[in-house]
Design a protein around this ligand. Structure first.
Ligand code: ADP
Ligand code: MG
Length: 286
């Protein structure tokens, strides 16, 4: 039979918006060695706002932006939502064919008889399209555009760090837990956020499968892992972690279903709280 203390722990957690799907995860959290977190939607709000549109090579905004908007209509990624919100009103309903979302990269498709690519610089590299590297170092997320194999310019977008993210990282560090951030976003953005939050380790430019490999390495070298994520792409990493945690508010159904623990209000400070509740429960049980 399950010791009574576990019910106390699960109850205390749920009153704080932390849903444990099994009492064993209280134990896992009580002694967890590494908390590995996704960036977008987990440590940052996941709500991007467009900063600037910079077109090059003679491409014109009136013609190109409605095409970009139409292609982004095929994606539910937070980046796509930001672009649509910014361009949406100006856009005509253009037809998109052969649209394909390429995980960790962006989108390709045909609009107005032209081959369109909208995504990060890695997407352009994949299609061997030369681009202006000047924007690689700025701490903003970049949405690059290419038309018929030619670089057409970029849109810079920015996200905000969640209010309690820094306190959450400090609280975990104070409990001697290693904190790691993994992201598909570009390295300059990842470095900027990591420094602001005081994270011990941070890695950018990762594809979904790279995140899986990183978590495997951390587990093998440094012990148990709790992974916290929100996106569709996070489900495989959530599944292989000792405790998979999903941000429940804005999180994808796949992430929430796969998770062992769900944080309902998306606040990073609930992660150290889950550890504290795990530790307190253990003291009562043993
Ligand atoms: P993360 O959640 O860590 O940012 P993802 O794998 O979801 O990782 O995305 C990685 C990157 O791919 C994004 O930062 C963005 O640059 C690019 N990307 C993904 N989807 C889109 C999209 N629909 N439009 C433009 N860029 C995208
Ligand atoms: Mg994400």
């Amino acid at each position: 039979s399950i010791p009574l203390g576990y019910f106390g722990g699960i109850g205390a957690a749920s009153r704080n918006g932390i849903l444990f799907k099994g009492s064993n995860y209280l134990d896992v959290m009580a002694s967890v060695k590494n908390v590995v977190m996704d960036k977008t939607g987990t440590l940052t709000r996941g709500v991007f706002a467009v900063q600037e549109v910079i077109l090059q090579n003679g491409f014109n905004a009136e013609e190109l932006l409605p095409m970009v908007n139409a292609l982004e209509g095929k994606s539910t990624h937070p980046v796509a939502t930001a672009i649509r919100e910014y361009l949406g009103e100006k856009a005509l309903p253009l037809e998109v064919t052969d649209a394909e979302e390429i995980a960790g990269h962006g989108l390709r498709g045909r609009v107005q008889g032209k081959d369109l690519l909208v995504g990060n610089f890695r997407l352009l590299e994949k299609f061997s399209i030369p681009f202006d590297t000047a924007a690689a170092d700025i701490p903003l997320t970049v949405v690059a555009i290419a038309v018929d194999g030619r670089y057409a310019g970029l849109i810079t977008i920015a996200d905000e760090i969640k209010e309690d993210a820094k306190a959450a990282v400090s609280a975990l560090s104070a409990m001697q837990i290693n904190t790691v951030m993994l992201s598909g976003d570009k390295s300059s953005v990842v470095k900027y956020v990591a420094e602001k939050l005081g994270l011990k380790e941070a890695y950018g430019d990762l594809l979904p499968e790279d995140k899986v490999n990183k978590v495997k390495t951390i587990k093998a070298e440094k012990g148990s892992v709790a992974f916290v994520g929100d996106g569709v792409n996070d489900a495989p990493v959530i599944a292989l972690s000792d405790a998979g945690i999903a941000m429940g508010g804005l999180g994808s159904d796949a992430a929430i279903e796969t998770a062992d623990i769900v944080i309902q209000n998306d606040q990073p400070s609930r992660i150290p709280m889950a550890v504290r509740i795990g530790k307190a429960t253990k003291q009562i049980v043993w």
